[in-house]
Design a protein around this ligand. Sequence first.
Ligand SMILES: [Zn+2]
Length: 343
Amino acid sequence: MTDLDRYSRQIRFPVIGEEGQRRLLASRALICGCGALGSVLANTLARSGVGRLRIVDRDFVETSNLQRQVLFDEDDVAAQLPKAVAAANKLRRINSQIEIEPIVADVDHANIMSLLEGVDVLVDGTDNFETRYLLNDAAVKLGLPWVYGGCIGAGGQTMTILPGETPCLRCLIQEAPPPDATETCDTAGILSPIINVIASIQAMEAIKILSGHREAIQRSLLVFDLWENRVLPMKAGALRDAGDCPACCRGEFPWLSGERGSHTAVLCGRNAVQLTQSAGTRLSLETLAEKLASVGRVTRNPFLLRLAVDDYLLTIFPDGRAIIGGTDDIPTARTIYARYIGS
Ligand SMILES: [Zn+2]
């Protein structure tokens, strides 16, 4: 029996009421990426009583995250925990009555459809356009509502997408900008208040959708600059009406088919490259630890293995995925991976 009393202040808001709360409790959200935006999203949606939260993230907690990623603390850094696991630990202490499903993985075209199974809304906590275009492809194909959000410096933007009804991300920007054409938190930095603003709006939009109030969603692209004190709502409806969007008008989904996008990525915000292996790869971290013991300093927990060697820090996951710290050069990262883990 769910205790509704903990949500009494939310139920008292007349549009939500007890019925809206029951709908939230019966729903499932996928939070894609649990860094800065994802932390605020997960925290807010868990406290609001979204009954099932599926949280997927590919990364682990580092000290430089703590400035803005509100779910994590120094103990998580010391324990070398993946963000999805650290988030789940914290969220279960915040609300033990909901179901938290942490998944340590990189979202790609091979796993996105299974990650979206049984999901009522998708919220964007990612840090790159390639993944967002994949999310857009999948959401438009499924007719699933999703809430886009992104931040850089002291600015950010967000838009809610109801496929078939409002413009999608490709209506807005048909082609994903090349990775080197966009600023990242590495180049432009990031101030934490903008994250709280953007993620809070995303969470509110998710709550409207899940509680059965789609009529209340924000139908413009909202652009904020908190340093310059500007908020700019941009009407985007006409973009969809033009009728030439490859995704929602022509049903083309190249990111979902794997035709577009790659799995190798220079990670946002630090000197590191992620390398992935083909689906189905399994590594024994225990065997690997024995093999690497003479090579450098090895540490391990149930979720990942870490090897410090020369100027590099390798973090290896059981699915063969690795994050090579100490370089932002993809060929160098591949060489390091082949040298110590195998090709
Ligand atoms: Zn579209």
